[in-house]
Design a protein around this ligand. Structure first.
Ligand code: HEC
Length: 268
């Protein structure tokens, strides 16, 4: 019996060691894959399409987005992503890039909100315009530090709400964001989760969005990432562009403040 137990214990240890090796190996492989793709990130094409969409005259008003104010003045794209979300006096709201693009598409181009939010993420056979625009604007902040100071009272309130949501346990599993994302070296199966409560962890995540997801074959915006994580937490799925999602973004961008942008990232 003792022998059998020892044998079993040995097996358990051996398989744990093998699993650990497999995890490390998988990490290495993913790193290699990232390197390979970095020279020719498939998202580069998406970025080009985004630039075309930005410049194209579209909608009932036959206007381009070139006069869209993303927070640094009409038409300024360079560095815009790195200072979002922020408070906009014209809409009297804290907006992230996607909310702001919707605002510009409705005010400048004359689309309805329903029209521009209907197909906001890529589905088989239909690439989303929003993803392309976000990829284009995101990349034009590369090399710039994230600069979300949350000075306006509404920005500060959103950062606080984001922090509250991050730690709030809810849903049938009593999950919070923190359960998966507030520890170092935590993984689900082979995926590293990242500690989003530190500048380094939040920075690693936030600087690389929008990001190309190899497993999905398309670009994910931060809205999409967060809405999917809320689904993973088994919470009710929030509406696209809802304040809850933007609040989480304000909180996480604030944590990542100072981290230099490098998008589109490459993710599993
Ligand atoms: C059940 C676990 C789980 C919960 C709960 C969860 N997430 Fe995630 N999260 C993940 C996984 C898995 C990934 C993907 C990691 C990867 O692709 O490498 C991820 C990725 C992310 C990323 C991108 C990280 C990066 O470096 O690319 C962010 C940001 C994020 N989650 C935020 C949140 C927020 C905010 C919440 C709460 C609403 C939340 N998550 C809840 C599992 C979870």
């Amino acid at each position: 019996m003792r022998h059998l137990l020892a044998l079993l214990a040995g097996c358990v240890l051996a398989s744990a060691a093998m699993a650990a090796r497999a995890q490390d190996k998988s990490g290495d492989e993913v790193a290699k894959y990232r390197e390979m793709l970095a020279d020719g990130n498939p998202a580069d094409l998406v970025e080009l399409r985004g630039e075309e969409l930005w410049k194209a005259k579209r909608g009932p008003k036959n206007a381009s987005l070139e006069q869209c104010d993303l927070g640094l003045g009409p038409g300024v794209v360079d560095g815009a992503y790195a200072q979002l979300p922020k408070y906009f006096p014209d809409s009297k709201k804290v907006m992230d890039l996607e909310a702001r693009l919707v605002y510009c598409m409705t005010t400048l181009q004359g689309f309805t909100e329903a029209e521009v939010t209907k197909a906001w993420f890529t589905k088989p056979g239909k690439e989303a315009d929003m993803e392309a625009l976000v990829t284009f604007v995101g990349a034009r902040s590369n090399g710039k530090p994230i600069n979300v100071a949350n000075r306006h009272p509404q920005e500060a309130a959103m950062a606080k709400m984001g922090e509250y949501i991050f730690y709030r346990r809810a849903g049938p599993q009593d999950f919070s964001c923190a359960i998966c994302h507030a520890n170092d070296n935590k993984r689900i199966r082979l995926q590293e989760l990242g500690n989003l409560t530190t500048k380094e962890g939040a920075g690693t995540a936030m600087k690389s969005f929008p990001a190309y997801r190899v497993s999905q074959g398309n670009v994910w915006s931060m809205q999409r990432r967060l809405i999917d994580c809320m689904r993973q937490a088994r919470w009710p799925e929030p509406k696209y562009l809802s304040d809850a999602v933007i609040a989480l973004e304000v909180y996480l961008q604030g944590k990542a403040n100072g981290t230099v942008m490098q998008t589109p990232g490459i993710k599993r």
